[in-house]
Design a protein around this ligand. Structure first.
Ligand code: GDP
Length: 432
């Protein structure tokens, strides 16, 4: 989701305009805690498009003076945002301060828009033209007070944002897509048969038309699911040696086509390299995950102890995934799969609002600041969940965050917000 940074000196009506753009009725800034006090991030929505609006602080002179503070804010805006909105008081015109910031912004590779605020009536329009002198393109007249011009301004903002990747999965994209994966002989076809048999409803072998015929529609727990690429499973093509590579390609394609994977592991055998390879494919593809230990009917006390150790040793990186111990033969716990899939997908779909995310983060970072590196303490400016499916958090910082600290953030993030069954990605955008 793209980021818009709003910059402006005090008294130009920036807060009022921000409220306008966010569609709030009250002209009072309801304080959403930011990671640092002088900068707050909000979720904004216009014409069905979501973006993050970052209100950078007013340009109060700091220790180095007003000019330095202005330049620093403008630099920050440039480095963290996809577009910058400079708010100017049209009645006052461009002051030295705005000229200084315009100098910085003109060097920016990001698109910059100029809002000429306080154009409350026709008379004000003539003031707007003088703002061409900033060299930032056509100034757009707005009245934050009355709301005029704010729609046009938002249209212009959306226009200058870079194209974001289209959502791959529509919100109502039909049945949720499941990949049933695992090494050969782990029990994939047996489980699929069990699922379709037990649940009394048939596997719809969808011929041709709208659904790809290699998929199966399966009703589980009152809901229809689409198991992707099950044709190979049902045909039981016995593969000759040398075809493992193709089997692996096929697994990969199924995972890519799915939203959630059921990773089958043979509970009766030691965890193998092959198991871990499939697991890596799921994690790297960023899909939701349910781990099903199959053939549980063969597991005795000894094997169970061994298995616990394997899990501790090999599956720590997917600690967030739920495990279900099933038997395709006896039908044990097979009914648990559907609710587990639902939980995983719910997490995978979740988006934490920016205000809540930053409120949580500011408290956490205040108590546990990032480790100092090269004599400098990296500051976390703000965070936004740029995406769901899988949940992706972008942290805007002033410096590199160590892997250990990033893992710490992810752990705490999961403790607070859950995300059972879904990978969470944390990416860091460092302001140079
Ligand atoms: P696939 O290659 O992953 O599709 O595996 P299959 O479904 O063909 O199963 C491989 C073998 O494991 C078959 O002989 C199945 O009967 C057996 N099998 C599958 N699930 C179970 C289970 O839960 N318990 C036991 N004991 N055997 C199973």
């Amino acid at each position: 989701q793209p980021v818009l940074a709003v910059v402006g000196r005090p008294n130009v009506g920036k807060s009022t305009l921000v409220n306008r753009l966010l569609g709030r009725r009250e002209a009072v800034v309801q304080d959403v805690p930011g990671v640092t006090r002088d900068r707050v991030a909000y979720d904004a929505l216009w014409n069905g498009r979501r973006f993050t609006l970052v209100d950078t602080g007013g340009w109060e002179p700091d220790a180095k003076g007003l000019q330095a503070s202005v330049a620093a804010q403008a630099e920050l805006a440039m480095h963290t945002a996809d577009a910058v909105l400079l708010v100017v008081d049209a009645r006052v015109g461009a002051t030295e301060t705005e000229e200084a910031v315009a100098r910085v912004l003109r060097r920016s590779k990001r698109p910059v828009l100029v809002a000429a605020n306080k154009v409350d009536d026709q008379r004000g329009v003539s003031d707007v033209h003088s703002l061409w002198s900033l060299g930032l393109g056509e100034p757009m007249p707005v009245s934050a007070l009355h709301g005029s011009g704010s729609g046009d301004l938002l249209d212009a903002v959306l226009d200058v944002f870079p194209e974001t990747p289209r959502e791959i999965f529509g919100a109502t994209g039909g049945p949720r897509r499941v990949a049933l994966v695992g090494k050969p002989n782990v029990g994939k076809s047996s489980l699929l048969n069990k699922l379709t048999g037990e649940e009394r409803s048939v596997v719809h072998d969808v011929a041709g038309t709208t659904v790809d015929p290699v998929d199966s529609l399966v009703e589980l727990d009152g809901e229809v699911w689409r198991f992707v690429d099950t044709a190979g499973l049902r045909k039981r093509v016995k593969t000759a040696s040398g075809t493992e590579y193709y089997a692996s390609l096929r697994t990969k394609a199924a995972i890519e086509a799915a939203e959630v994977a059921i990773m089958l592991i043979d509970a009766s055998e030691p965890l193998s390299e092959q198991d871990l390879r499939v697991l890596t494919m799921v994690v790297e593809a960023g899909r939701a995950l349910v781990i099903a230990y199959n053939k549980w009917d063969l597991v005795d006390e000894d094997r169970r102890h061994q298995l616990e150790k394997e899990i501790d040793r090999e599956l720590v990186r997917v600690r967030w995934a739920e495990r279900v111990n099933v038997s395709a033969r006896t039908g044990r716990a097979v009914a648990k799969l559907a609710p587990t899939l639902r939980t995983a997908l719910e997490s995978w779909d979740t988006r934490i609002p920016t205000g809540r995310l930053n409120g949580w983060l500011s408290d956490l970072v205040a108590a546990n600041p990032p480790p100092v590196r090269g004599g400098r303490q990296p500051k976390i400016l703000f965070a936004t969940q740029a995406q769901s499916r899988p949940p992706t958090i972008v942290l805007f910082t002033t410096g590199f965050l160590e892997a250990g600290y990033r893992r710490f953030l992810e752990r705490k993030f999961r403790e607070t917000f859950g995300f059972v069954g879904s990978p969470v990605r944390i990416s860091v955008r460092v302001r140079e």
